[in-house]
Design a protein around this ligand. Structure first.
Ligand SMILES: *Cc1c(COP(=O)(O)O)cnc(C)c1O
Length: 731
């Protein structure tokens, strides 16, 4: 397996360069191979567009691991030493993501790299990333700007102007503007290398950095924070900076990708640029006056032939809509004609809906689970025919804890599990006593790590209370016996705090919950984490409720229940939680959670799920073999799509959870072998399917790429594991 790595003889072999700079992490040969494929005239590659990309080095960093395994920490060459220091000691966070969409993008790119698919990615660099979270016991969430220094971050490089080392590469980006002329803004470019596990390939991820010296204030404002929603104009400008930057960037680099994959519709304005070019070429310089609806529709078809579009949510906040009056200031006549025709929204006649537009201009559109496909068809009946499903996945090398990795690595049937997730279904691990024992021991170690982390946090909060104005967000930190103990049944929940995710569902009736624990004297830890978007007041109230519930739950249950909130949710906390808990809870309102991915991370670590029958769990639940289900699961009606507070079904679904909980506790405390059964089954039945290798194999079949025969064979292997679209209408 390590043959490629063995061709790396010295640390100097990891230095690579081209006209745009000097980089580190793969050999020159690998670097050139990737670059040549992406610049080849025939355009046999794809560019993946995402508003956010989450790929923190602290959860996956093959170059650092390799350096440490070879003990390569010193070099006489100062440049190489600088790289080594940056990779070993640089910051381990890139705060350029807010949640599931970004983490999925990062996992996707890592799977492209592992399997050598010719892809690059484009996103934005946010000078303050996504906000950092503090939580105060009285106030709830407090958001503050994130500080980070791109130049110090491992695997992130600023590109330089060819022939002028030290001068940042500058891409002129024309933006449409009312009045007809383009205004030109400039962006610098950072390249994050998503390097494969074997260091034999990478996917370059280009982050457009508009916050350059001399940029106008409105550009600085929009380049500061991911999903800044201070005004609709800032929001619209962020979308334009992504969509309008793609073509100029590709041209500057000489990249030729024919296929454009939009991960959500945020970058859809790229199609305006493509269509305006088409129409100008067809009709001449006065095309804006001359173009007819028919011309526009024909151009949309031609441009659409290059686009693949993934829609990620049925929730309205996820679909960009802008008032026509606002858009009139930032676009020109031709574009207005296009938008009037293609971005209509019957429920929003005064505005444009960019999801409608993305639905119209593409050659393939996919939703992110089977149930979500059916819901999306219902929401966009005009496009029902072409809406398919490619169920999400997560990246194996990123999400399996170190302790679990060690167990998998020690079984010969699993020796290539990072690349061959199907090995879990072929082996008979469920019946193997050695595997079961080792898995249980690894689980206990991961649980101990989580508990230790939380106890240290509780102590820290105590001192913090004395030293700062923040009231620590955990009631338990004020108690002498507030500490958690390993082995106590621990339920985890962590995700963005959007109201439809109903983080507080299981605390709807505290008396009922406490009674269940008191009846059989069962201890339970509830571990929560997650951020609410700073402008999402209802989401922040839910977070505050979790904190508010801590004391009451503790007292009502006579100390049996301990509810903890971990502030600052990120990928490292996610990884620790999905492996260190005993069950992963998911309680959204069906069918609003299009897929959900944190539950897949739990499955990869052989942790059972307790979930509403929504998103991926409709496909991952197997009659109780892999975990538990609760809540309403009847057919989806139009009324179920409502996100309003009175339609969130708290009472029904929380009662369903309370009815189930005694059985779960009984299994964990009295029937541990049965509990392990569910754990192992969640691993063997779901790991082969809900991983990004299988998912990208399904994407690649939409890209129309010609791949090398062995890569094509590998893609077919992955697709054989599962076909997301196989079964129509599961609901
Ligand atoms: C996986 C992950 C998410 C997404 O979780 P969902 O279950 O899809 O909501 C969000 N944030 C972080 C930090 C993650 O690691």
């Amino acid at each position: 397996m390590d043959t490629k790595k063995n061709s790396i003889q010295t640390v100097d072999d990891l230095v690579c360069r081209n006209d745009f700079g000097t980089f580190f992490g793969v050999t020159q040969q690998t670097f050139d191979r990737v670059w040549n494929r992406l610049t080849a005239a025939e355009g046999n590659s794809a560019v993946y567009i995402s508003m956010e990309i989450g790929a923190d080095p602290d959860v996956f960093h093959p170059v650092r691991d390799f350096l440490l395994s070879r003990d390569w920490t010193k070099s006489p060459d100062p440049l190489v030493q600088q790289f080594i220091d940056k990779y070993l000691h640089g910051p381990r966070k890139i705060p350029n993501y807010s949640g599931g969409l970004g983490v999925l993008a990062g996992d996707t790119l890592k799977s492209f790299a592992d399997t050598h698919i010719p892809v690059c990615a484009v996103s934005l660099l946010y000078r303050e990333g996504y906000f950092s979270q503090l939580v105060d016991y009285k106030v709830g969430q407090i958001d503050h700007a994130t500080r980070w220094i791109p130049g110090e971050t491992p695997a992130l490089f600023q590109l330089q102007e060819p022939g002028a080392p030290g001068t940042p590469l500058t891409v002129p980006v024309p933006l449409f503007w009312a009045g007809g002329d383009m205004i030109e803004v400039r962006a610098h470019v950072w390249m994050k290398m998503e390097i494969s596990e074997r260091l034999d390939y990478f996917v370059p991820e280009f982050l457009l950095d508009y916050g350059v010296p001399g940029a106008p204030p409105w550009i600085h404002e929009a380049s500061r924070q991911l999903y800044s929603a201070k005004t609709p104009l800032i929001k619209a400008n962020q979308r334009r900076m992504l969509g309008s930057g793609i073509l100029p960037l590709m041209e500057k680099l000489g990249f030729t990708a024919h296929t454009i994959h939009l991960n959500e519709q945020h970058g859809i304005t790229v199609t305006l640029h493509l269509m305006m070019r088409e129409l100008e070429a067809l009709l001449g310089p006065d095309f804006e006056e001359r173009m007819t609806d028919r011309d526009i529709l024909a151009a949309a078809d031609r441009v659409g032939d290059r686009l693949v579009y993934t829609i990620h949510t049925p929730v309205k906040a996820g679909h960009d809509r802008f008032e026509r009056s606002l858009y009139a200031q930032i676009t020109r006549r031709g574009c207005t004609k296009i938008l009037d025709l293609l971005a209509q929204d019957r429920d929003f006649p005064t505005g444009y809906n960019f999801t409608s537009m993305a639905m119209r201009i593409n050659r393939a559109v996919n939703s992110v689970s089977r149930l979500h496909r059916d819901v999306t068809r219902r929401q966009f009946p005009a496009f029902a025919e072409k809406i398919g499903a490619i169920t999400n996945g997560v990246h194996p090398g990123t999400w399996v804890s170190e302790n679990r990795c060690r167990v998998f690595d020690s079984f010969t049937q699993l020796n290539d599990w990072r690349n061959d997730p199907g090995c879990f279904s072929r082996s008979n691990l469920a019946a193997d006593p050695l595997f079961r024992r080792q898995l249980r021991e690894a689980w206990e170690r991961d649980n101990a790590l989580l508990i230790e982390y939380i106890n240290r946090m509780l102590i820290l909060h105590r001192t913090q209370m004395a030293e700062t104005w923040i009231e620590p967000p955990n009631y338990l930190s004020s108690l002498d016996d507030g500490f958690l103990h390993p082995g106590v049944y621990t339920i985890g929940f962590a995700r963005r705090f959007s109201t439809y995710k109903r983080a507080d569902l299981i605390f709807d009736d505290m008396a009922a919950l406490a009674d269940i624990l008191l009846e059989k004297n069962r201890k339970v830890n509830f571990i929560f984490a997650g951020k609410a978007h700073p402008q999402d007041e209802p989401g922040k109230s839910v977070l505050k409720l979790i904190v508010d519930n801590q004391e009451e739950l503790y007292k009502r249950s006579k100390g049996l229940a301990k509810l903890v909130f971990i502030p600052g949710y990120d990928m490292a906390i996610a990884k620790m939680m999905v492996s260190g808990t005993h069950a992963w809870l998911n309680s959204p309102k069906r069918p609003l959670e299009a897929s959900g991915t944190s539950g897949m991370k739990a499955a990869m670590n052989a942790v059972p799920n307790i979930s509403v029958m929504d998103g991926w769990w409709v496909e991952g639940y197997h009659d109780g073999l892999t975990g538990w289900k609760f809540g309403y699961e009847g057919p989806v009606e139009d009324a179920d799509m409502s996100e309003s507070a009175d339609a969130l079904l708290y009472e029904e679904d929380s009662n369903s959870f309370y009815a189930l909980l005694p059985e779960i506790l009984h299994t964990y405390y009295e029937e541990p072998e049965q509990y392990i059964d569910k754990a192992v089954n969640n691993l063997t039945l779901n790991f082969p399917i809900f991983n990004t290798h299988r998912m990208i194999a399904e994407y690649v079949s939409k890209y129309g790429l010609r791949l090398e025969p062995d890569v094509e064979r590998q893609m077919e292997e992955y697709r054989r594991l599962y076909q997301s679209d196989y079964k129509n209408n599961p609901s």
